[in-house]
Design a protein around this ligand. Sequence first.
Ligand code: NAD
Length: 479
Amino acid sequence: MIIKNFINGQYVDPIGDEWIENYCPADGEIYGKIPDSTRDDVEVAYIAAKSAFPSWSATPVEERSRILLNIAETIENNLERLAEAESEDNGKPVKLAKRIDIPRASQNFRFFGHAITQFSSESHETVGKNAINYTLRQPLGVVGCISPWNLPLYLFTWKIAPALAAGNCVVAKPSEITPLTAFMLGEICNDAGLPKGVLNIVHGFGHKAGQAIVEHPDIKAISFTGGTQTGAKIAATAAPLFKKMSLELGGKNPNIIFADCDYEAMIDTTVQSSFSNQGQICLCGSRIFIERPIYDKFKSDFVARIEKLRVGHPNDDHVDIGALVSKDHLEKVLDYVDIAKNEGGKILCGGERFIVKGFDDGYYMNPTVIEVDSDDCRANREEIFGPVVTIMPFDTEEEVLEISNKVDYGLSATIWTNDLSRTMRMSHAIHSGIVWVNTWMLRDLRTPFGGVKNSGVGREGGFEVLRFFTEPKNVCIKY
Ligand code: NAD
């Protein structure tokens, strides 16, 4: 499989003819190559986007909306193909990609295709001075969208769809680890009638192609999802260039379980919030705090449930947990298990590499539950981003709030309780951009999405992201 850049509506080789090998996580084999793009490729993509901008930004909203809805439908029509590609590239079970990743990619285009028709600006009458102000919301121009490997097409389109809806042209880069569905998106956009040059997709390493997008003096905004360290680097580059930035970064989310919760619903959802997508979702609740009266019961029930999860080849429909995304990532996650052990953590289940028969070099790992007696250990403070959770009892609301808020991250939190007043108190006091009560990852695309502290700056979703991708300009008219 040879993946190419998608520039001005055409698939092209990288100018320098340099390539990166692409690995299949399920068996550890190389199955293709992708462009190792450089500044030169980014420049060609930028020029294509810049040329397309005058026409795209002047295209009536209804027409832009129609094209976005076409893209949504074309993704839907290619569900099977895209899901299989996503799984091959990322290691996630095909059934998960079919149920979550690809439908959501389609929904992203559908949602913003509709949302843009409802997006409006404000006007302010300045009473007593015979003046009226109105605010234009103009597209920014050419914008950069950079996404990670964990939910490849889902997150790539979560940025691209609103950027295009708002009338911008895009230079986008998916993760070099999972380029395949982004590659396929080019053809889908052509089929759906997106004009040439409106979306340009450049593949390659972050420090080369990604850095070139961020450094480009005329790319006006950067929408980035990825690791916190990368986010800091991007911010350091983009801030002196006065670019708009939206940074969606790492998380270390608490899952706080009170004894009065609906136990069965809690435990079902906690299995999901711990290990969906091999625990590689920025929203996974990787620190589980359980109120002491139900701690022992939870511990034995939860571990029994986790031990039943089936790890295996992503094509197998009976599998719950597929492969981790890369060898490096698997090693990083296993290192954290050792770190936890050295810090006194007790491995209740998992903790090891798992060999799937016939796919011995695949990057599999058993889902791992670690009991810790202090929230201060590294396994409880640093983002592991794999199938590893810690569990720990707590006694009071104040105590659990303090330990929940003590980490550097603040993306999401989950609270399980049937006490309404406590729900209100906790939701107000918790340091995170998103709070789920008695549920997890229930998404409504109209809501603001993003984190606080080291989890990021800015909000995606709904009108928030349409505001990000437009520049407000106030016009004051005296009459
Ligand atoms: P990463 O930061 O390594 O890479 C993300 C993207 O940035 C990739 O496309 C990469 O090539 C690019 N990149 C790397 N260096 C760059 C640079 N200097 N300039 C420009 N681009 C650069 O992250 P990852 O390992 O792909 O993804 C995992 C991380 O993403 C985790 O920390 C996870 O929590 C986070 N994440 C956050 C959210 C969210 O919504 N907050 C969602 C998903 C994942």
